[in-house]
Design a protein. Structure first.
Length: 430
């Protein structure tokens, strides 16, 4: 409130009343000008503030797409890294061991692995970085292409005992050359443990007796030959004696073997050739043996391997049947079978390989009813299940010493007798 004057009026009011009209108008004009100036400055300030706010919003709006693109790029990169890590882990799990990671055959080439597709989203104006996955090793590609090779490696560890009915071995299918060689050699090793006494099942005392007995074994059993040759060799012990023999007398001796007329002609002609061309001695070379009457490659290899200790493969009916059943080869010609199987084994193993296969074919792996349930190499056999799989029923199908019956030789090796083998009875003894 204003201070009062002693006269009862207000001093301020008096001053205003007493102020000249010019000063009052000047004062109001100045006041109005000051107000206008203040309003102008305030408007400018607010305009500047508004411009700054719009600029900051524009900057933020400009940065938002870049940030989003960067975030998307980082996310996609992390996703690609996780997928690559998952593929590496899967490759490690499926990669087989060195023993089962066989190389592909020269004729078959594995197709290269497909490239990893791009998964990262590209930012506007920028190329999205793509992470390459680690190259998959050839062994891993092979395991993916041939999963049965891994399964086969696992089943190879099965000991040679009578398998259960649940044993199921798949055919090799796309088995590689290396896998075939390893499987074939494993079968031979297993058979060597089952038949450590394997031997030629023809009785003989010298190369001449062996070559004659082998010629006579065509279209008959070794047992029948062994029961017949004692009388033949007792009467004609040398090539000279047999070369000069009366054909009718020889035919009578050889009658039990079947085809006795043709066989008589062969053994007499063979003996004459030995006397005339080789001085009565059996030659020790393949090219000389196959020139003799009635002697082919099979007979020649029997003589070379068992009388001279020179490796050879005997491709008889048992051998042909089993190597095709085991899928070592699909050839049917004996010479081609010999070449195909011979390429799977070292030459030094050829003779005993023949004995192992023939022994197994005569005792367990029969032509019509193989004893699969009692077979020691069932886990390695792609034909498992063609025969009897029940162990008890399969044991009843075993022959010779495996079934407790006599063998084919009247005078077998001592190792065979030690293993429980029983000599064959002489002719007419039962």
């Amino acid at each position: 409130m204003g201070e009062q004057d002693p006269a009862g009026g207000r001093k301020t009011a008096k001053r205003q009343q007493s102020a000249p009209p010019e000063e009052a108008s000047r004062t109001s004009a100045e006041t109005s000008a000051e107000r206008t100036s203040a309003e102008t400055s305030t408007g400018a300030t607010s305009a500047k503030s508004s411009k700054a706010s719009k600029a900051s919003k524009a900057t933020a709006a400009a940065k938002t797409p870049a940030r989003k693109a960067a975030a998307e790029e980082a996310t996609s990169a992390r996703t690609a890294a996780k997928r690559t890590a998952a593929k590496k882990a899967a490759a490690k799990r499926t990669a087989p061991t060195k023993a089962a990671a066989e190389k592909t055959s020269r004729a078959t080439k594995t197709a290269p692995a497909a490239k990893t597709p791009r998964t990262a989203k590209a930012a506007p104006g920028k190329a999205a970085p793509v992470k390459k996955s680690a190259p998959v090793k050839k062994s891993a590609r092979k395991a993916a292409a041939h999963p049965e090779a891994v399964t086969k490696k696992t089943t190879l560890a099965v000991e040679h005992v009578a398998p259960a009915e649940t044993v199921a071995v798949k055919p090799p299918g796309n088995e590689t050359r290396t896998a075939l060689v390893r499987r074939a050699r494993r079968i031979n090793r297993e058979l060597a443990e089952v038949y450590p006494y394997a031997h030629p099942e023809l009785d003989f005392e010298n190369p001449f007796q062996l070559i004659v007995a082998t010629v006579l074994s065509a279209q008959t059993t070794d047992l029948r030959v062994n029961q017949t040759t004692p009388a033949l060799f007792a009467r004609y012990p040398t090539p000279e004696d047999l070369a000069a023999a009366n054909p009718e007398e020889v035919e009578e001796i050889l009658r039990p073997t079947g085809f006795f007329r043709a066989k008589t002609k062969s053994v007499i002609g063979l003996s004459k050739a030995l006397v005339e061309e080789f001085g009565g001695e059996v030659p020790g070379r393949l090219e000389d043996l196959v020139k003799l009457p009635g002697v082919g490659r099979k007979t020649a290899f029997v003589v070379l391997g068992n009388a001279f200790g020179r490796p050879g493969i005997t491709v008889d009916t048992h051998f042909q049947r089993l190597v095709r059943r085991w899928q070592w080869t699909d050839e049917t010609d004996p010479d081609k079978i010999e070449a195909a199987v011979g390429s799977l084994f070292p030459k030094s193993e050829w003779t005993m390989l023949s004995h192992h296969v023939i022994f197994h074919g005569r005792r367990i792996c029969h032509a019509r009813k193989p004893a699969c349930g009692a077979c020691p190499i069932a886990p390695l056999c792609p034909a498992y299940g063609e025969g009897e799989t029940d162990p008890e029923k399969a044991r009843k199908l075993l022959k010779y010493e495996k079934g407790g019956f006599p063998g084919q030789r009247l005078k077998p090796p001592q190792a065979y007798l030690d293993a429980g083998g029983i000599p064959a009875p002489p002719l007419g003894a039962g």
